[in-house]
Design a protein around this ligand. Structure first.
Ligand code: XIL
Length: 347
């Protein structure tokens, strides 16, 4: 390379570096209403206590989103803490909030292996009594929220990354048919509500995605109603690739399933290195990835767009640091509820 070329290269890289500095998106949350800038429902996972007692949090929820997913309180542990004793108070408060604010409510989740009440984990009985117990839970809950919840995650995380069935209490006690039964019971309880299968890594793991689509297609062949697939989308700034995400979305709608990007968050410290603060370069990568996910979703035909839901408001509220035991900053607002580059850069 000649000296001339080297100088040129140097100038180009300086230019690129200063551009990056100047291009850090900066904005005030008050200046935009994100949900009004996209053509699909924009949701967020909400914690009831924060919503009630944290003003900054509540303000972002009501301003920026038009759909809510309860982050925890619709899970069996909270709705049926004691067998046959349902606990509706917190959930009904959230229903009222959604009605007051004209927001859609997505129910999460009926059947899962986590956050089960102790009695359910310890339940003893024949496959028939297990089925009855599952049916009672599903139908009592779906009927209670009839007309108030638009859609349900009926079954959550039932398939492993290699495509096999996840070992859980439902599989062990009822067998593989628990999935179709869960959908059937939910549909019997309310025929108008939209029914989703929800899982993680559906864009990164092809075997898992194939297995889920094959399973749901086989249910439909038996006449069971399944409306859509929730792709949780707990991803990282550098993984999976934008192509992999686009491909996954395409395969899901081409198989005639509504798509809910149901739990979007974008980690910037997936390897769990020490990271007491978020670096500017990672925040920019994160902003680009959020935009890429939204852009890929815009390519989904409107009839198949159930919406994008973000899994929390601020980095202070994210499940990732405590669940995985590492520093991370995966959401659109920082710990002080200020907009991050990712929020400013959207849609
Ligand atoms: C998480 C919640 O965010 C946490 O508050 C809770 O402690 C554990 O569950 N996949 C799901 C969600 O389907 O329900 C999980 O939510 C995150 C992973």
């Amino acid at each position: 390379m000649s000296n001339h070329h080297l100088i040129l290269l140097f100038l180009i890289s300086c230019l690129a570096a200063s551009c990056t500095q100047e291009d850090i998106p900066n904005c005030h949350a008050d200046e935009k209403v994100l949900h009004s800038l996209v053509s699909f429902p924009l949701g967020v996972a909400v914690d009831q206590t924060e919503l009630n007692f944290n003003e900054a949090y509540e303000q972002i929820v009501s301003q920026q989103f038009n759909s809510i997913t309860p982050e925890n309180i619709f899970k069996p542990q909270y709705l049926q803490p004691v067998q046959d004793q349902f606990s509706w108070e917190a959930a009904d408060q959230l229903v009222a909030y959604c009605m007051d604010h004209d927001m859609r409510l997505h129910g999460h989740t009926l059947i899962w292996h986590n956050q089960l009440p102790f009695w359910m984990e310890q339940f003893q009985g024949s496959p028939e009594t297990w089925e009855q117990m599952m049916k009672t839970h599903i139908q009592t809950v779906v009927k209670h929220f009839k007309g108030k919840v638009t859609s349900w995650d009926v079954v959550n995380e039932a398939i492993e990354d290699d495509g096999s069935f996840r070992e859980n209490i439902w599989l062990a006690n009822i067998g593989e048919s628990y999935i179709e039964k869960a959908f059937q019971y939910a549909h019997e309880a309310e025929s108008a509500v939209k029914l989703f299968y929800n899982d993680y890594s559906l864009s990164a793991k092809r075997k898992k995605r194939d297995a889920v689509i094959e399973l749901l297609n086989s249910l439909r062949e038996k006449g069971i109603r399944v409306d859509g697939i929730g792709l949780q989308m707990h991803i990282a700034h550098n993984y999976p690739s934008n192509n992999a995400i686009a491909k996954a979305l395409e395969e899901v709608w081409e198989n005639d399933y509504l798509i809910h990007i149901s739990e979007l968050d974008i980690a910037i410290n997936p390897l769990g290195r020490e990271m007491p603060t978020a670096s500017t370069s990672r925040l920019i990568k994160q902003a680009e990835k959020y935009k890429a996910v939204f852009e890929a979703y815009q390519e989904v035909p409107a009839d198949y767009q159930h919406g994008i839901s973000i899994w929390g408001i601020s980095d202070r509220d994210s499940w990732i640091p405590s669940f995985f035991g590492r520093d991370d900053y995966p959401l659109l607002f920082d710990a002080m509820y200020q907009p991050k580059p990712a929020f400013c850069n959207l849609p």
